[in-house]
Design a binder for this molecule. Structure first.
Ligand SMILES: [Zn+2]
Length: 239
């Protein structure tokens, strides 16, 4: 099992696309304050289509790449996030074909990220999705496996690894756009139980993951998923 996962994450040369998953405060539809939710009961209707064929094609392409990279297979949905752009993960399983929980991406979040994308690539959406997949990995390997700012920062680190792998195919010019998006969604409310990391912490974890991946791939040795998990936990431990 481990070697299989490792080999999946070691294949850096294969062309792939990326997504990420990030969360914002969601005053009206919060399930807990973190994007790591116990269930999706408060999200309302879940959808398999965004209503836009082109977006769906991109979205599911990214989803399949994430499954390969992270070695987890959550079910994935869209939902109506109204005026509270957000994305969520829950470890709750609703379909045995998807043993690693569920991910829900808000439709207004997608619109917002595309609207704020200077490159019009929506690349930050890919990293938002990767962040949610990071939560899947957290649960699968029982790293933090809880609603905490450390689990959020851990997911940011793994999203950073994915950002680097994606940048290898789409170019490094997109990295700043993603970092800016991360910064804008950080949470300054240290005393708020919904705290999931300051902007600087979130960007630091994202870029630490990015640089870890870049350093390993740059010298031709690559890394396994479990290498990334171990380094992510060590890095997040400082916060
Ligand atoms: Zn999260």
């Amino acid at each position: 099992m481990k070697s299989n996962l490792n080999s999946k994450f070691l294949l850096f040369i294969v062309v792939f696309a990326i997504s990420g998953c990030i969360e914002e405060d969601l005053p009206t539809k919060s399930t807990s304050g973190y994007c790591f939710a116990s269930n999706f009961g408060q999200l309302g209707q879940l959808y398999k289509t965004s209503g836009n064929q082109q977006l769906d094609f991109w979205h599911y392409g990214e989803y399949n790449n994430l499954i390969q990279r992270f070695g987890v297979k959550p079910d994935i949905f869209f939902y109506d996030d109204g005026n509270s752009p957000n994305a969520y993960f829950t470890p709750q399983i609703s379909n045995n074909q998807y043993p690693d929980g569920q991910v829900a991406i808000g439709l207004s979040w997608i619109k917002k990220e595309f609207a704020n994308s200077p490159t019009n690539s929506g690349v930050s959406i890919a990293i938002i999705m990767a962040h949610e997949f990071g939560h899947c990995v957290d649960v699968k390997y029982s790293v933090y496996n809880t609603q905490s700012y450390k689990s959020e920062l851990f997911a940011d680190y793994l999203a950073g690894c994915y950002l680097h792998l994606k940048s290898m195919t789409i170019g490094e010019q997109y990295v700043r756009e993603v970092a800016n998006s991360f910064y804008s969604i950080g949470d300054y409310a240290f005393n708020d139980p919904r705290h999931h990391g300051t902007p600087s912490q979130r960007v630091a974890c994202l870029m630490a993951g990015y640089n870890f991946s870049k350093s390993r791939v740059g010298i031709g040795i690559g890394y396994s998923l479990l290498d990334a998990v171990s380094n992510a936990k060590n890095y997040v431990g400082q916060f």
